[in-house]
Design a protein around this ligand. Structure first.
Ligand code: WT7
Length: 665
């Protein structure tokens, strides 16, 4: 942990929930929130046991919680199935003909008309899921296996996740922007033998060559026996080298439509143990190797169900839209599992926010009468910059609630969202959580909590959040410290896949006995949490999490690079940008061509999201006597700041002087 915690902005504006919103909200008074919150903390078994009654169980649990730091078991002895709860249960509740997924594709059918639209009812979705589930069984997928999903944002991505859940296979979804190397690493780590993908996917007017990336990945690992390929883009089968074509490996590759075509739409949901793994999802940490965050069945289902219901105040006639990609935890919890477990109509959009222009999101909201909208601060900043003319061309009056997630939202962006998009009538829920937490943890309740621009406000039910120092001592109001969670919660990660020791060490050892989030924060006089960003070697680029060491490993894998140090720097649009300091092998020339080459190399090793904003060549890196790279110094150099603070442990002061010389690269 390298960074000192800086204090955040002073924000005094307060926005109470509109009275008419509060009057209709699931939870409409502060007293009700306080009462439920107290119960959830003081008597979690009673509280969560009662909530769990709202879900379907094949067999009821024997014990709500079994907790021994750092291992939690929720609903011990219970049997349930997440896909059953998202589909069959909704049909039983009379929602069979209701639209579950309302999808819009990216390519426009005519200028300004939006893309192709598909509406899939709960009944149809169950049929589609069951057919694919049977198809997966027919190619040998069994309960307990892992299946990789590398898909564009099409309904079949959700179908694939639910099909795995239905038969008890854990999915490992990989974001479509990741490179073939990243796919191979994740396939190997999770020991996947089947991949579900598509020929390609539409993004910003071009086709992302998903199948080609998978083929490339499979030259680096021989674990995968079957590749299921959805035909999304009608790419012809050829040698896979000709532009726009895909290659085909007989015996290994199978078309999605062929796999499901002959299958029965009847596939009974597998009764799963509460603690069986639902999925593994990779995220970055402070080492070079991404962690397979492991989530289980009942607790995750309960957490996503409950937060969706109360944080988004979900009502039967809502049209809800979360703009994330299913490749991230936000997509898992708030496009697929949470909304469907509530019987919601969930909008899914395939493409980019600015295709064909920055009006696309607003036209989608108008066209489909979206009422609840959940997006990221980085997107809001991009829209702000593009101008309010775009949203002003559209009727946004269907909106009643707005949300944000992924990084702290700066007050200007919050105010823009509030006025230009919400027309000052929609509460904004700024939701703090993580891949590891599975569900929203700190958030306003829209009918209850007065909001202030820039704070995620108060903890959700069952979340015992606190600001502490390293010894675990709670700090006073406005004192910056470490954000920890002191009690287990149902949707918490259970482990890092195949690495329980790393799990215990990463999350439960910095502040003994508590879950350490990796974030610094403070609480204000009203008890609101202000997140100040990561205090570990993780950076947040456009709401996406990257490990500095992960990018460093990619750089040193290049033959010209001897050493590399990567730091996050402030970035107007992305929140944080990436600066890389690089020393070269003897005899290599530090020139522009090599810079370009290194940038392309990192994109190839990890994906476009890891593209460095700056590469700086240097003769050596500043290190402490014990050999630790002094990232704090590099950060200041990269941000163009005067280097402040203690440099007496620097091994070689001349290194610093050389770094500061601008024209070195
Ligand atoms: C990190 C988790 C969970 C969804 C997307 C990101 C930062 C997330 C907020 C927020 C301030 C936030 C934190 C956290 N973060 N939401 N509302 N305010 N910071 O998931 O990739 O696991 O990243 O994102 O730093 O630790 P993730």
């Amino acid at each position: 942990m390298s960074e000192t915690i800086h204090s955040t902005l002073e924000e005094r504006r307060v926005f109470p929930p509109p009275a008419d919103f509060a009057a209709k909200a699931h939870i409409g008074t502060r007293a009700e929130y306080e009462k439920l919150y107290r119960e959830s903390i003081d008597h979690p078994e009673q509280f969560f046991g009662r909530i769990a009654e709202e879900l379907h169980w094949f067999k009821k649990w024997d014990k709500v919680l079994d907790w021994q730091v750092p291992n939690a078991k929720w609903f011990v002895g219970g049997k349930t199935n997440v896909a059953y709860n998202c589909l069959d249960r909704q049909i039983d509740l009379g929602r069979g003909d209701k639209t579950a997924i309302l999808w819009e594709g990216e390519p426009e059918t005519a200028a300004g008309a939006g893309g192709e639209v598909r509406k899939i009812t709960y009944k149809q979705l169950r049929d589609d899921v069951s057919k694919l589930a049977n198809g997966l069984k027919s190619i040998g997928v069994k309960k307990g296996d892992r299946v990789t999903i590398y898909m564009p944002m099409v309904p079949e991505a959700a179908v694939a996740m639910l099909a795995c859940a239905r038969i008890g296979a854990a999915h490992s979804v990989i974001f479509g922007g990741f490179s073939s190397q990243a796919i191979a690493d994740r396939v190997d780590d999770a020991q996947c033998t089947v991949i579900i993908t598509a020929d390609g996917g539409y993004r910003r007017g071009t086709v992302v060559p998903l199948k080609r990336n998978v083929d490339d990945a499979l030259t680096k690992t021989d674990r995968v026996k079957k590749v299921v390929v959805l035909n999304r883009c009608n790419m012809p089968v050829a040698d896979g080298v000709a532009p726009g074509s895909i290659a085909w490996k007989e015996g290994r590759d199978v078309w999605y439509h062929d796999l499901v075509g002959t299958q029965s739409a009847d596939c009974p949901a597998e009764p799963m143990d509460s603690e069986d793994t639902l999925f593994v999802l990779y995220t970055s940490g402070s080492t070079g190797k991404p962690k397979g965050i492991q989530h289980t069945t009942a607790g995750y289902l309960l957490g996503t169900y409950l937060t969706t219901k109360y944080v988004f105040d979900m009502k039967p006639d809502d049209v809800y839209w979360c703009t994330a990609d299913v490749g991230w935890i936000t997509g898992h919890s708030y496009i697929v599992y949470g909304p469907l477990a509530n019987g919601t109509t969930c909008l899914m959009y395939e493409g980019a926010p600015n295709h064909p222009d920055f009006g696309r999101f607003w036209s989608i909201i108008e066209r489909h009468k979206v009422s609840v909208f959940y997006t990221a601060p980085t997107a809001i900043r991009a829209f702000m910059k593009a101008g309010k003319e775009f949203p002003q061309k559209h009727d946004l009056s269907s909106l009643r609630l707005l949300g944000t997630v992924g990084e702290p939202i700066n007050p200007e962006a919050w105010m823009w969202y509030h006025t230009v998009i919400g027309h000052e009538k929609c509460p904004i829920v700024d939701t703090w959580w993580q891949t590891e937490t599975g569900a929203i943890m700190i958030t306003p309740l829209p009918g209850v909590t007065p909001t202030k621009p820039g704070t995620a406000t108060l903890p959700f039910f069952g979340v015992d959040a606190a600001i502490v120092d390293r010894s675990g001592k709670e700090l006073g109001p406005n004192e910056g410290g470490l954000l920890v969670i002191r009690k287990p919660w149902p949707s918490m990660l259970r482990s890092i896949f195949n690495d329980p020791e790393r799990y215990a060490k990463t999350y439960w050892s910095d502040v003994p006995g508590y879950y350490f989030t990796g974030d610094g924060a403070r609480r204000d006089n009203d008890g609101y949490f202000w997140i100040m960003g990561r205090v570990d070697d993780v950076i947040n680029v456009s709401g996406h999490r990257l490990g500095t060491m992960e990018i460093e490993s990619a750089l040193v894998a290049h033959e010209a690079v001897a050493e590399a140090a990567v730091v996050g720097i402030p970035h107007e649009m992305k929140g944080q940008g990436i600066a890389a300091f690089v020393t070269l092998e003897t005899g290599r020339r530090a020139d522009e061509a090599l810079k370009k080459d290194l940038i392309a190399w990192v994109r190839k090793q990890i994906g476009a999201l890891a593209t460095p904003d700056q590469i700086r060549f240097t003769e050596s890196l500043p290190k402490t006597r014990s050999g630790k790279i002094m990232r704090r110094l590099l950060k200041e150099v990269a941000s163009g700041n005067e280097v402040k603070g203690d440099v007496t442990t620097l091994e070689d002061f001349s290194v610093l002087a050389k770094l500061k010389e601008k024209d070195e690269g």
